[in-house]
Design a protein. Structure first.
Length: 115
């Protein structure tokens, strides 16, 4: 079994920054892709950013230039640095990792951007 623990969410003002972390533990041999998704109230969950085991990254257009995804393979941890936050970034942020043929989700961490 694999467990994911997210942290770093909270309340921030427009233009501020937050750094999310997601640490994986459990029966992990090798983590393939890692990523962050978000779900705003009344909306579907959407991709924010992903990073492969080789370090290749992919971002949603709405966060390009503001968010940076990174990973520490030794710690089985993925990070999301969020800068220049906007009210529309308010959502529950979920991390996702691929281990073998299975995907695992964290429980989510709430990010609220206030005006």
């Amino acid at each position: 079994q694999v467990q994911l623990v997210e942290s770093g969410g909270g309340l921030v003002q427009v233009g501020g920054s937050l750094r999310l972390s997601c640490a994986a533990s459990g029966n992990i041999f090798r983590i393939n892709a890692m990523g962050w998704y978000r779900q705003a109230p009344g909306k579907q969950r959407e991709l924010v950013a992903t990073i492969t085991s080789d370090g290749n990254t992919n971002y949603a257009d709405s966060v390009k230039g503001r968010f940076t995804i990174s990973r520490d393979n030794a710690k089985n941890t993925v990070y999301l640095q969020m800068n220049s936050l906007k009210p529309e970034d308010t959502a529950v942020y979920y991390c996702n990792i691929d281990v073998g043929l299975r995907g695992y989700w964290g429980k989510g961490t709430l990010v609220t951007v206030s005006t």
